[in-house]
Write a protein that binds this ligand. Structure first.
Ligand code: TYM
Length: 332
């Protein structure tokens, strides 16, 4: 069977971008057709300034939301990264395999350095080595496919390079993974700034739809979305990024193709109203199930405990093999 791994980072409340770009596909397709693992990657949340209590709360919330979105623990493995030591163990080998230069070339690293510096903070070393840990997440499980939004393509590409390099130097231990992206909404843009990705850790939140936003909040955010000058509804990502983003979201929520959907609208107002309702209806069941799961926290804990145990058993032999392959003396 195909092996699938993907993850979300608990650095903020999950957004519509996370859902349409990644989580929904895990739910509707991936968990049924493969051995799939979905991980709340909490170690990654420590790469930028963080509040311990908030990370703890967001990790639990992310896990709860993955189940609320429809991941079924009988079909797939849901767990928290820090519960499985193999991620950190393998990350070190990846750091010994990757070069400083290839880490510094990562777009997200460069962007985040700018952001952290502007905040007056220092840049954590782990921000630079982030892709090594991410490669470890993926490679530890012999992953074939990594379903992610567009923004993770470069990181997955690096994981591929590292897998090949390791196998060439030390023997065939790892499967070479590949990224898979959704056909629409692989990059949902911020409603207030359609040239920027809708990102859960952005400080300005009026252009971000969160999975747990109340319907009226969703409507307000969508109705206030920045559109473009002009009034014609066309699907033109370059010329009309705001409208194109709304059409992408509508297509992702209701089916259909963005360019064809555009033909049905004579005004931005009508388009926004339909987008707002489509998003509200898409998120409704997730919010409702989330509320029910919050009433039984023991259930989420039990899922995470069993998930970590399963994940550990899957990762351990491969990580042990990698340790032995690079020349570390196996414990007697
Ligand atoms: P994260 O937590 O930023 O995002 C989780 C998933 O959501 C996708 N995504 C989006 N898709 C479309 N439009 C958007 N605006 C948008 N924002 C986020 C992301 O592409 C991702 O699929 N580095 C990863 C977490 C990670 C990981 C891994 C993923 C760590 N290890 C191993 C896969 C495999 C991240 O920060 O995702």
């Amino acid at each position: 069977r195909v092996r699938i791994f993907s993850g979300v980072k608990p650095t903020g409340h999950l957004t519509l971008g996370n859902y349409l770009g990644a989580v929904r596909r895990w739910v509707v397709a991936d968990q049924h057709r493969a051995d799939a693992l979905f991980c709340v990657v909490d170690l990654h949340a420590l790469t930028v300034e963080h509040d311990p209590a908030r990370v703890r709360r967001l990790s639990r919330q992310a896990a709860t939301l993955l189940l609320a979105a429809g991941l079924d623990p009988d079909q797939c493995t849901v767990f928290v990264q820090s519960h499985v030591d193999e991620h950190a163990r393998l990350s070190y080998l990846m750091e010994c395999l990757a070069s400083d230069g290839e880490m510094r070339r990562m777009i997200q690293y460069k962007e985040k350095v700018v952001r952290e510096t502007a905040r007056g903070g220092s840049v954590r070393l782990s921000l630079l080595t982030y892709p090594a840990l991410m490669a470890a997440d993926i490679l530890a499980y012999g992953t074939d496919e990594v379903p992610v939004g567009d923004d993770q393509a470069q990181h997955v590409e690096l994981a591929r390079d590292l897998a090949r390099r390791f196998n060439q130097r030390y023997g065939a231990v790892f499967t070479v993974p590949r990224a898979v992206h959704p056909a629409v909404a692989a990059r949902v843009m911020d409603l207030q700034d359609p040239t920027a990705k809708m990102g859960k850790s952005h400080a300005e939140t009026s252009g971000i739809v969160y999975l747990l936003d109340e319907p009226d909040v969703v409507r307000k955010k969508v109705m206030r979305a920045v559109t473009d000058s002009g009034s014609e509804v066309r699907y033109d990502r370059e010329g009309q990024p705001g409208v194109a983003n709304l059409l992408d979201v509508l297509a992702a929520c209701t089916g259909g193709r963005p360019a064809e959907l555009a033909e049905g609208y004579a005004s931005y107002g009508a388009l926004k109203r339909d987008v707002a309702e489509a998003v509200v209806e898409t998120l409704r069941p997730v919010r409702e199930r989330h509320a029910r799961l919050c009433a039984e926290p023991g259930r989420v804990d039990a899922v995470l405990r069993a998930g970590a145990e399963r994940a550990r058993a899957m990762a351990r032999p491969r990580v042990d093999a990698a340790y032995a392959a690079v020349g570390l003396l196996p414990p007697a």
